[in-house]
Ligand binder design. Structure first.
Ligand SMILES: CC(C)(COP(=O)(O)OP(=O)(O)OC[C@H]1O[C@@H](n2cnc3c(N)ncnc32)[C@H](O)[C@@H]1OP(=O)(O)O)[C@@H](O)C(=O)NCCC(=O)NCCS
Length: 176
């Protein structure tokens, strides 16, 4: 892990810097505006920022996702995840994901979904959602849509072949 890296809660007064950080990581404002809307709608279950010597260098959010057919319990989606360009490839993203997944476990999340680079996310234990009979409500993301869930959870499956659809908060629809 990067020397001096601190993963901590996001305070209201951090929001401006976090917005700028997300926009610089994605090289556009869409994801920063998404997070702003999630803040406005109190839609974030957990969020953490990474800082080095007081400078914000990373951010990740976890929001609740819905499932059809219904599934009980806490269902979460990871994203957005952003690391400032100058601090990428130094383990900041991994530290944020690992801390976030720890929070998910502590809060007994039943599953955590993610949409992103399969090569990046598989190292944390995310497996293709299709393997567990889940799909994303958006386009067919193939291997890029992944989940983490305990292996022995059969998801109340009356019909083990039934495909379940996971949907992120509607604010995510503004990002393509
Ligand atoms: C994707 C993103 C969040 C990853 O964050 P990051 O902090 O760069 O990620 P990590 O450092 O944990 O890992 C990235 C790579 O650096 C490597 N790495 C980690 N620590 C390292 C170190 N100390 N020295 C060299 N390489 C290192 C990792 O092994 C990994 O390599 P690989 O992906 O080629 O296997 C970041 O690149 C980003 O913000 N991108 C723009 C926004 C984006 O696309 N977000 C994701 C949307 S799903």
């Amino acid at each position: 892990m990067t020397l001096g890296l601190l993963i901590r809660k996001v305070r209201k007064e951090d929001r401006e810097a976090v917005y700028a950080l997300i926009a610089s990581a994605f090289e556009r404002k869409d994801e920063a505006e998404l997070v702003e809307r999630l803040w406005e709608e109190h839609a974030i279950k957990f969020e953490r920022m990474a800082e080095i010597s007081g400078v914000p260098v990373g951010y990740c959010a976890f929001t609740t996702v819905t499932c059809k057919p219904d599934l009980s319990g806490l269902l979460l989606g990871l994203g957005p995840l952003a690391v400032a360009p100058d601090h990428q490839k130094q383990g900041v993203g991994a530290a944020l994901v690992e801390e976030g997944l720890k929070l998910c476990r502590e809060n007994n999340a039943r599953l955590v979904a993610v949409l992103g680079d399969p090569h990046y996310y598989e190292r944390f234990g995310f497996e293709p959602a299709a393997k567990r009979k889940f799909t994303w409500a958006g386009f067919d993301a193939g291997d890029a849509f992944r989940i983490i869930a305990p292996e022995d959870d059969d998801f109340d499956g009356v019909d083990p072949e039934e495909i379940r659809t996971l949907r992120y908060h509607p604010a995510f629809d503004m990002v393509s």
